[in-house]
Write a new protein. Structure first.
Length: 197
């Protein structure tokens, strides 16, 4: 893997999410996302799936459940800064820019990546972490890398069916910022990408 591979991975990720946002329905968007993301993970040189495991790789993704799709207001909250030390990228700074309430599930902090490129970051760790989902948590939005489901300045599309494992779930040589206390739900969220059986 080299810089050009990473560039191409990000370009393809942007294309996948552009198709998701323009799909005729959330269910069709999810089917496209699952298929296209699975293809990238199984075949792309910048895939976090180890090269030896890529042949025939297919992520396990739950069927689409419309009850886990929300268009929610971003609520004001007290500012907070998180600085996540990493061995590869130095300290990665995040600023809390708000909070979203997901009816029946709880609330999640919304973060801004406060470094070059910027972007909204919305991670999630649910009660099934370590059993049905990756123990460290999953990402829903990571707009600096193209994972953007839509919305406006005041609202976000938060569709938990699109929750996906971060790169560090596949191999220990990847380092990822994981959900802090404000991004944990007491409820199980058994949609999106699940642990392989």
């Amino acid at each position: 893997m080299d810089s050009w591979d990473v560039r191409d991975w990000r370009k393809r990720t942007w294309e996948i999410y552009a198709a998701v946002r323009s799909a005729a329905s959330p269910r069709q968007a999810h089917a496209h996302w699952q298929r296209a993301r699975g293809h990238l993970l199984a075949s792309h040189p910048a895939s976090p799936v180890p090269a030896a495991d890529r042949a025939g790789y297919s992520p396990r993704v739950a069927d689409y459940d419309p009850d886990y799709r929300f268009e929610v207001s971003v609520l004001a909250t007290a500012p907070e800064r998180r600085e996540v030390p990493t061995p590869t990228d130095g300290t990665v700074p995040f600023e809390r820019v708000g909070r979203v309430d997901l009816p029946g599930l709880g609330s999640l902090d919304v973060w801004w990546l406060d470094s070059y490129g910027g972007g909204i970051f919305l991670p999630l760790r649910d009660a099934g972490a370590g059993e049905s989902t990756y123990g460290g948590g999953r990402y829903i939005l990571d707009t600096v890398k193209g994972a953007d489901l839509g919305g406006s300045r005041d609202t976000l599309v938060v569709d938990l069916n699109f929750a996906y494992q971060p790169s560090c779930a596949y191999a220990s040589d990847w380092v990822c910022p994981l959900p802090g206390p404000g991004n944990r739900l007491d409820a199980r969220v058994d949609v999106g990408e699940l642990l392989a059986r």
